[in-house]
Design a protein around this ligand. Structure first.
Ligand code: NDP
Length: 331
C-alpha cells in the first residue's frame, strides 16, 4: 500500500444490490473536513450491526464507510483546535450513517465532532467505552440530574450484558448504587456480578405483566431494550423515580398506559448520544475516566480485527456480543 492509500470497509448499493467489502482507498477519496485522523480503533455498536448488514435504514447515502465511533491520532489539521499528533475520540454526529466513519484506517472529519482523548484512558480503552459507554454515562448523568443518589434504593439496568448495559452496571456499582442487572443470558450472570451487579435477574418477567401497575421496586432504571421491557419497568418504578430510555434492542413499540406517569409521577428520560453538545461530551468523558473502573472496562471489552466485521455484525443483531467489541482497523 502506498503512502496515500489505506484500507476501509465500504458499503455500496447499486440499484437494490447491497455490498459490504474491504477496499483500498486513497486520501483523495475521503470527504471534506478540517482534520485528518489516522484511526486506531472503532467499535461494534448495535447500529453498526444494522448498517453493515443493510438493515434498519441506518445508512443515509452510499457509498458509505460505516463505524459510528473512532479513536485515533491527528495526522493533519487546518483547525486551530487540533494539531498533528493529538489523540482524539469521536462518537455520534451522524458519522458512520450520513458521513464516512470509523471502519477505516484514515478519516477526514470536522474538528467540532472531536473531543480530546480523556486523560487516563488509552485509545483502545476509549473505544472500549465508545458510543455505548458514552450513552451509558449520559443515562447515569440524566438520573443524577433528577436527584438520584445511592441511598434511594435499587437501580435496574436492562439488556445488561450488552454494551450500554455493561458499562452502566459498572459505573453505577462503582458509584455505590445497588445495581440489579436484567439479562436474557444465564451465561452472563457471573460476568455481571464481576462488573458489580448486586443481583442478576432474568429478563422474562419484565415482559409478562398485563396489569397497568405492579408493586414498585426501582429507585431508578437504565433501559437499553425498549418495547415491553420498558413498559414493564414503567409499571414497577417507585413514586417519582426516573427511567432512561436509549435503545430498542427489544422493540420500538411502547405498550404502556398513562398510569405510571399520573399515579406515581414516574419520569421517562430520553437519551440521544448523537447530537450532544461539546461541553456535555467532555463532561461525560471526564466522568467515564473518573467513575468507570479500568478493571471492569477490561472485563467488558474485547478487541477484534476489522476483517471479521461482517460476521460480528450478525452476532450483535442476534444478541450474541457480550460487553464491548473494539474494532482494530489496522488488523
Ligand atoms: P447490544 O446489542 O450490545 O446490547 C443490547 C442488549 O439488549 C443485548 O445484549 C441483550 O442483553 C438485550 N436484548 C437484545 N435483544 C433483546 C430482546 N429481543 N429482548 C430483550 N432484550 C434484548 O447493544 P448496545 O448496548 O450497543 O445498545 C443497546 C441499545 O441502545 C440498542 O438498541 C442501540 O441501538 C441503542 N443505543 C442508543 C444510543 C442513543 O444515542 N440513543 C446510543 C447507543 C446505543 P441481555 O443478553 O443481557 O439480555
Amino acid at each position: 500500500m502506498s503512502e496515500n492509500t489505506f484500507k476501509a470497509l465500504l458499503l455500496e448499493k447499486d440499484n437494490d444490490e447491497f455490498n459490504a467489502s474491504l477496499k483500498t482507498l486513497s486520501l483523495d477519496d475521503l470527504p471534506d473536513g478540517d482534520v485528518l485522523v489516522s484511526v486506531a480503533y472503532s467499535t461494534l455498536n448495535y447500529k453498526d450491526g444494522l448498517a453493515v448488514t443493510n438493515k434498519g435504514k441506518v445508512v443515509r447515502g452510499f457509498p458509505m464507510v460505516p463505524g459510528i465511533d473512532l479513536a485515533g491520532i491527528v495526522a493533519e489539521s487546518s483547525s486551530p483546535d487540533y494539531k498533528a499528533g493529538d489523540q482524539v475520540v469521536l462518537t455520534g454526529w451522524g458519522v458512520g450513517e450520513k458521513y464516512w466513519g470509523g471502519y477505516s484506517q484514515m478519516a477526514r472529519l470536522k474538528a467540532g465532532w472531536l473531543v480530546p482523548l480523556p486523560s487516563g484512558l488509552t485509545l483502545a480503552q476509549s473505544m472500549g467505552i465508545g458510543t455505548a459507554g458514552f450513552t451509558a454515562m449520559l443515562s447515569v448523568l440524566a438520573l443524577e440530574k433528577m436527584g438520584l443518589t445511592p441511598g434511594d434504593g435499587e437501580v435496574v439496568v436492562t439488556g445488561a450484558s450488552g454494551g450500554v448495559g455493561s458499562i452502566a452496571v459498572a459505573v453505577l456499582a462503582n458509584l455505590g448504587y445497588t445495581v440489579v442487572a436484567s439479562t436474557g443470558r444465564t451465561e452472563s450472570h457471573d460476568y455481571l456480578k464481576e462488573l458489580g451487579a448486586a443481583e442478576v435477574v432474568d429478563r422474562s418477567p419484565f415482559a409478562l405483566s398485563k396489569r397497568p401497575l405492579e408493586s414498585a421496586r426501582w429507585a431508578g432504571a437504565v433501559d437499553t431494550v425498549g418495547g415491553e421491557t420498558l413498559a414493564a419497568l414503567l409499571k414497577t418504578m417507585n413514586p417519582g423515580a426516573s427511567v432512561t430510555a436509549c435503545g430498542n434492542a427489544g422493540g420500538f413499540d411502547l405498550p404502556t398506559t398513562v398510569f405510571p406517569f399520573i399515579l406515581r409521577g414516574v419520569n421517562l428520560l430520553g437519551i440521544d448520544s448523537v447530537m450532544v453538545p461539546y461541553d456535555q461530551r467532555v463532561e461525560a468523558w471526564r466522568r467515564l475516566a473518573q467513575d468507570l473502573p479500568l478493571d471492569a472496562l477490561d472485563q467488558a471489552m474485547e478487541i477484534a480485527p476489522l476483517s471479521n466485521i461482517k460476521s460480528l455484525a450478525e452476532d450483535i443483531l442476534q444478541g450474541q456480543v457480550r460487553g464491548r467489541l473494539v474494532i482494530d482497523v489496522n488488523a
